[in-house]
Design a protein around this ligand. Structure first.
Ligand SMILES: Cc1cc2nc3c(=O)[nH]c(=O)nc-3n(C[C@H](O)[C@H](O)[C@H](O)COP(=O)(O)O)c2cc1C
Length: 257
């Protein structure tokens, strides 16, 4: 079983680790020459971004082909999934993949412009995250089928509005970030950035090729990076996932921290 994942704060990696098999970082795979993947079971574990699929995951799906008897897709989200998973279903269909099993899973929301991390962490026990992960793990182990659910008219409309907003986001959105004096120039932000958008020398310099995933902000050991309008200074990384694991998943050169 091959499980492809994309993560910035560890939720998807935690799910993927629970599912097991050969775990493959989508970002690492994008840097390899191999474009075709074959296995008995192939799965994708990805976060919901703006009721949609993260753009880099779309790019990965467009550039690769897959062959399996059983395909699954799990999308983690923090509050509202809306069309997220059904958009991935469309992306998969374009790659000739019929998803046998799909599921969303409520995790801690890491979207700082809307939510306080403290509030989202307080809501976590009520989300019964581990219970839900175990149900998904069992479903996949037994190759159960759960095709994509139809969206209501309201969800389609709201999702279309948010998708329109997503399209307006420019790679220069990193101009909303600021770095405080507590920055030690350790370079972690550059290592976790999926877009290689950060150069650290005397200063932290953003290159205006930002996907607004917030990996740099959440994973900064000094909490020195801020985004305009953030609801608090608290930061999130899944408690079961280390910074080293995020770096290994996202950085183009393996680092020993
Ligand atoms: C840019 C961005 C957009 C997001 N959009 C949504 C969303 O539309 N709905 C939602 O419920 N959560 C949304 N989230 C929250 C993440 O989907 C959620 O925290 C996810 O579990 C993060 O997974 P990761 O830790 O593996 O990166 C968003 C997060 C980011 C950074």
């Amino acid at each position: 079983m091959k499980v492809f994942y994309y993560t910035t704060t560890g939720n998807c990696l935690y799910i993927a680790k629970n599912i097991g098999g050969e775990l493959l970082s989508i970002l690492q795979m994008l840097k390899q020459k191999k474009t075709h993947f074959k296995d008995e079971v192939i799965g994708f574990v990805i976060p919901c971004y703006g009721f949609d699929v993260p753009p880099i995951v779309r790019r990965f799906m467009e550039m690769h082909s897959f062959e399996a008897e059983y395909f699954f897709a799990i999308m983690s989200y923090g509050n509202v999934l809306a069309a997220g998973l059904s958009e991935f279903d469309k992306v998969a269909a374009q790659s000739n993949i019929k998803l046998h099993y799909t599921n969303g899973i409520l995790m801690v929301d890491n979207y700082l412009p809307l939510f306080k991390v403290e509030d989202q962490l307080a809501k976590a026990p009520g989300k019964k995250i581990d219970e839900h992960i175990q149900i998904i793990v069992d479903d996949i182990k037994n190759k159960r089928e759960k095709p994509i659910e139809k969206l209501s008219a309201g969800t389609k409309i709201i999702s279309a509005i948010i998708h329109g907003y997503n399209k307006m986001l420019k790679p220069t959105i990193d101009k909303k970030f600021s770095v405080s004096d507590s920055c030690t120039h350790c370079g972690t932000c550059a290592k976790v950035c999926p877009m290689h958008n950060i150069v650290v020398s005397e200063q932290v310099e953003y290159q205006h090729n930002c996907s607004f995933c917030l990996a740099c902000i959440h994973n900064c050991p000094e909490k020195a990076i801020h985004v305009k309008g953030e609801k608090s200074g608290a930061r999130f990384r899944n408690e079961h996932i280390s910074l080293k694991e995020i770096i290994n998943a996202n950085h183009h050169v393996r680092q020993d921290l």
